[in-house]
Design a protein around this ligand. Structure first.
Ligand code: COA
Length: 418
């Protein structure tokens, strides 16, 4: 149990019991303006079972909630690190702006460190909240729309195999294995436990935003092995003049490799009665755009933050990822929220491996832990952060060298929501 740094009231912060889970889930949902059904409360119980869940109590009543999933986060090069995935953060409207979230962040980061997880991760309701706690926006998502009529691929997929439309039961058996192949090579991808898939496949009607239940198309290799899938919904429309104008909402399109993924897009472009594909959780540099005969047709409507990363053990985190070039630089990392995690680190890295250890040597580059988190998966270049006033070059040329050192050939992409 921990005391909360909340003004004027004496609150208690502790892990919840299983009996307290329904009240906990209702407080979480209420913070987002929702009143959960009993089924949705049961979903919370199932998906957070065995994970860290805590509440803040005022006179015996839960007034704030939080939790953390034990994920593995894929890094540049394919290694994974244990990551504490902050979730279910909510404070009752009556108890906001008294420092309760800040107390919960202290608790969460202490627990992440205690569990030997070098990083904490989250997805944020508002992007203004978590920078103060050391999180950097590390993998964005793009949403694009693509008219289907007349859209062709100038570079068609070079792949054989076949496509099969399957039901949710077959999808449940096959998708997790295909996803694992994607996760192994995609920085920013997260492990998905069976309860994640169970929840996702339950496909609750209020999560469909007026569209159909999910359809599933599998791609199988010539040998009959599933190696890609497209999940989509249909929002039916016949326009004003009876002409088919439905939208295909692509909820997750994943291939074990780029050719398989392109074969799935080629198929989705051919679905009758559809006028537009709407894809919301895509990587920013979607290769599909570069396959199109007319790339301007792919209209990116939104690019925004999705996965945020907070380094707690800078040395272990930086040593776990891979590097394409050889270099050695000293980073001075400012960490106002958790000063013990900051300091000066020598990163000596290359294709054969990396060492990142504390040093007294002079710094080549100074930046905040937030910004190191933003660069960690390769999403943004340190020179860009310097041009935003967020990083300072102490040795001439060091920022450009750091750009090269932290870059990676696969763009970070986190298709999971939590
Ligand atoms: C976001 C939320 C958890 C903040 O809880 P809280 O207990 O009021 O936060 P704190 O009092 O600890 O605030 C800490 C700091 O963050 C700032 N802050 C918190 N929420 C903020 C918001 N939504 N917008 C801007 N600043 C915010 C506070 O002003 C404070 O700033 P300071 O350190 O400069 O004083 C709470 O407002 C909430 O439940 N919101 C709705 C649900 C939600 O968005 N949850 C987050 C899910 S990712």
């Amino acid at each position: 149990m921990a005391a909360v740094h909340a003004a004027a009231v004496d609150l208690e912060l502790r892990d919840i019991t299983d009996d307290e889970l329904p009240a906990w889930a209702r407080v979480t949902e209420a913070a987002f303006g929702a009143q959960p059904t009993d089924e949705e409360v049961a979903d919370w119980a199932a998906i957070t079972e065995g994970e860290h869940r805590w509440g803040v109590f005022d006179d015996g009543e839960i007034v704030a909630t939080g939790g953390a999933f034990a994920f593995r986060l894929t890094l540049p090069g394919g290694a994974t690190v244990p990551a504490g995935g902050l979730t279910a953060i909510g404070v009752r409207t009556t108890h906001r702006r008294r420092g309760i979230l800040t107390s919960m962040m202290d608790l969460h980061l202490d627990e992440v460190a205690r569990r030997g997880q070098p990083v904490s991760i989250l997805t944020a309701s508002e992007s203004v909240i978590y920078g103060r706690y050391g999180y950097g926006s590390a993998a964005d998502l793009a949403r694009w729309k693509l008219p289907t009529h007349g859209t062709t691929l100038a570079f068609p997929p070079a792949v054989g195999g076949r496509l099969r439309q399957v039901d949710a039961a077959v999808a449940a058996a096959v998708l997790p294995e295909v996803y694992e192949a994607h996760r192994a090579t995609t920085p920013g991808a997260l492990s998905r436990k069976p309860a994640y898939w169970d929840f996702w496949l339950r496909d609750r009607p209020d999560g469909r935003e007026g569209a159909s239940a999910r359809f599933f198309v599998l791609h199988e290799s010539d040998a009959g092995r599933p190696d890609g899938y497209a999940c989509y919904r249909i929002k039916s429309s016949w326009g004003d003049h009876g002409l088919p104008a439905s939208t295909l909402v692509a909820t997750e399109v994943i291939g074990a490799d780029a050719e398989v993924e392109a074969a799935l897009w080629e198929h989705l472009l051919s679905v009758d009665l559809v006028a537009t594909i709407d894809a919301a959780n895509r990587p920013v540099q979607d290769p599909l755009r570069w396959r199109l005969a007319d790339p301007r047709r792919l209209q990116t409507g939104h690019v925004g933050d999705h996965l945020w990363v907070r380094l707690l053990d800078v040395g272990a985190a930086m040593e776990a990822r891979s590097y394409l070039v050889q270099d050695s630089l000293v980073l001075e990392v400012a960490d106002p929220f958790r000063p013990a995690s900051g300091g000066r680190w020598r990163l000596e890295a290359g294709p054969a491996g990396a060492a990142c250890t504390r040093t007294e040597d002079a710094a080549d580059v100074a930046l905040g832990v937030t910004d190191l988190g933003a660069t960690y998966l390769g999403a943004v270049r340190p020179t860009t952060l310097a041009r935003a006033g967020r990083a300072v070059e102490r040795t001439p040329g060091a920022l450009a060298r750091l750009d090269l050192l932290l870059s990676w050939s696969v763009e970070p992409w986190c298709a999971s929501a939590f």
